[in-house]
Structure formats: C-alpha cells, structure tokens
Ligand binder design. Structure first.
Ligand SMILES: [Zn+2]
Length: 158
C-alpha cells in the first residue's frame, strides 16, 4: 500500500554517530574521529598532487589502529587541494550561484557544461578545472559590478 520511496538516498555510513564498530577487527565502539597529519595523493587536471593536510579528521580504530578512509576523507582531501590551488571552494560556488539567482541547471548551461558536473563541484564531489574556475569567477564578478545601484538612473516605475 505504501511503496518505499527512494527520495532520500543520502544516508551514508559516515553519518552514523561515533563510536563505530571496527569493520576490520570488529571491536565494538572502537572507532572514533582522530585528527592526524596526513599526506594525500590526488589527481586533478592531468596532474598528481601530494598534499600535506595537518588537521586531517579521520575515523580510526583504537584497537587495531586501522584508519577508515571514508567519503568524508575524500571531501577533506578535495577541499585541501582546492585551497592549495587557490580554486573556489564548493561553498563559494554555491554562494556565488545563489547571488546570481540561478539554479544549478541554469548556471551549468551558461558555462556550457552538464548540470551533473556542476552539481559535483558545488557539492564538493569533484573539483573544477582551472579554466572553469576562471569562468566561474568572471560570472560571479560581472554580477557584483552590475549591482542594484547601476539600475538607479532608468526610472521606469509602473
Ligand atoms: Zn579495529
């Protein structure tokens, strides 16, 4: 009678509250978030980067010391690479788009890319290439300079 809806596929293992059971040694309540210095290797724009992330937050089993590198870890690595390369963050992209008053689809079509690609940049799932970063900035900046004050002269009230 009530079919299962598939509207909320967003729940990932990373959302579970800590401590976790260790998937490796199976110790219960053994996995907690730890902050460590981490060196990550990540490919982007045809290059491989070695990144030092001094404040890397990662779940680790206190029993067997296994690191559990999750989706959240990938996200931290991408965020670190963005800042290393001086690219817009996922958050900056979202804010910039909202200031333009555009949907993800609308801005994607202005950029000439697939909406799914844009959505991944904005959600932090992948990183925009340098060329697209510049294009995004030029869109965001053009809006900033043609703000509300410039419409002041043509007074066309109904
Ligand atoms: Zn363990």
């Amino acid at each position: 009678m009530m079919p299962e809806t598939q509207v909320k596929p967003k729940r990932t293992p990373a959302d579970r509250p800590f401590p976790w059971r260790c998937p490796r040694c199976l110790a219960t309540d053994a996995v907690n978030i730890e902050t460590i210095a981490y060196t990550a290797e990540i490919g982007h724009d045809g290059q491989v980067y070695h990144l030092e992330i001094p404040q890397f937050k990662v779940p680790r089993c206190q029993s067997c010391k296994e690191l559990i590198v999750s989706h959240g870890a990938d996200h931290q690595i991408r965020t670190a690479l963005r800042s290393h390369l001086g690219l817009l963050t996922a958050e900056q992209i979202r804010v910039g788009r909202e200031e333009l008053g555009l949907s993800q689809e609308e801005l994607a079509s202005r950029l000439g890319i697939a909406p799914a690609t844009f959505a991944r940049w904005e959600e932090g799932g992948s990183i925009q290439p340098q060329s697209m970063d510049e294009l995004l900035r030029s869109h965001f900046n053009s809006q900033a300079h043609s703000g509300s004050s410039s419409n002041f002269s043509s007074n066309d009230a109904p």
